[in-house]
Design a protein around this ligand. Structure first.
Ligand code: G1P
Length: 303
């Protein structure tokens, strides 16, 4: 059974500077809930009870967010604000959350290797904080099911436009007879359009065999000089006898890459439109303002 998840959250959030100068990018709000809470809620829905966050400098707000805050809870209780109280205590009851620090930014593979002692010899989930998966979908549950059936490692894949593949790990796959998952035969981290073996991108959800740790121990730094999880998984595709092989589940639902500014704004607007307290007013405002809004000035101000 997969009960542990690792959430790498040590990245510096340079794409969101200056706001990330003093706050972790994982705390960026989707209206009033930080991105990281969506990720932990997704893990909890899939039956995960133990979360290990790999954090770093400047990430204290993450620990505070998932901790109790007795003085606030008491104040809300006294005022009879039961709904707000429920929202405030919710984040601290989602899972047992542990933290370790990645002192040096040596890459995703290195971050995962740091979880070895905590995870032990069981398959475990990895959720990357930039990817928001639709709450109506069961992607992580599906990965867990396939891991159980195959005994290998399982990666979530998504079809992307050829010009986007260079931002992702990319998988070569072949069908598995009678199954709705595929076998991954090769993986390349952030290939050029020419090198890419397919248009199937690795999105930030994995359920990994503990065999990955042994491989990560000897995985040399790859793209960007960082130890890449994709490279270690590639090794497992070539040595199925050691780790049970690598499989992919192709996700066709809605996903937002909140690490990208435009996609982050799309996530905020889309999810706000679906809320009972905001949706209809926001829709009305957008409809009234979308055409009348001022055109982008010729010398648009941007960083
Ligand atoms: C990481 C992985 C990459 C994967 C991506 C998904 O890259 O290295 O293989 O496709 O997450 O979001 P990053 O976006 O951290 O550069």
């Amino acid at each position: 059974m997969v009960i542990k998840a690792v959430i790498p959250a040590a990245g510096m959030g340079t794409r969101f500077l200056p706001v990330t100068k003093s706050m972790p990018k994982e705390m960026l709000p989707i209206v009033d809930k930080p991105v990281i809470q969506f990720i932990v809620e997704e893990a909890a829905r899939a039956g995960i009870t133990d979360v290990l966050m790999i954090t770093g400098r400047n990430k204290r707000a993450l620990e505070d967010h998932f901790d109790r805050l007795p003085c606030l809870e008491e104040a809300l209780e006294k005022k009879g604000e039961t709904l707000r109280l429920a929202e405030v205590t919710r984040s601290s009851g989602l899972a047992n959350i542990h933290y370790i620090r990645q002192g040096d930014p040596l890459g995703l593979g290195h971050a995962i290797l740091l979880s070895r002692r905590h995870v032990g010899n069981e398959p475990f989930a990895v959720l990357l904080g930039d990817d928001l998966i639709d709450e109506e979908e069961c992607l992580l549950e599906d990965l867990i099911t396939v891991q159980k059936e195959t005994g290998g490692s399982v990666v979530a894949l998504m079809e992307v436009e050829p010009e986007q593949i260079g931002a992702y790990g990319c998988a070569a796959v072949r069908p598995v007879s009678g199954r709705d998952y595929v076998r991954i035969t090769d993986l390349v981290e952030k290939p050029t359009a020419f090198e890419a073996p397919s248009n199937l991108a690795v999105i930030g959800r994995y359920v990994l065999s503990p065999a990955i740790f042994e491989v990560l121990e000897t995985t040399a730094p790859g793209r960007g000089g960082e130890v890449q999880l994709t490279d270690a998984l590639r090794t497992l595709t070539q040595t199925p006898e050691a780790g049970g092989g690598v499989f992919g589940v192709v996700y066709r639902g809605r996903r937002f890459d909140t690490g990208d500014k435009l996609n982050y704004i799309k996530a905020v607007v889309s999810l706000a439109l679906e809320r009972g307290d905001l949706g209809s007013e926001l829709r009305k405002w957008l409809q009234e303002n979308i055409d009348s809004s001022r055109p982008v000035p010729a010398r648009a101000k941007h960083l």
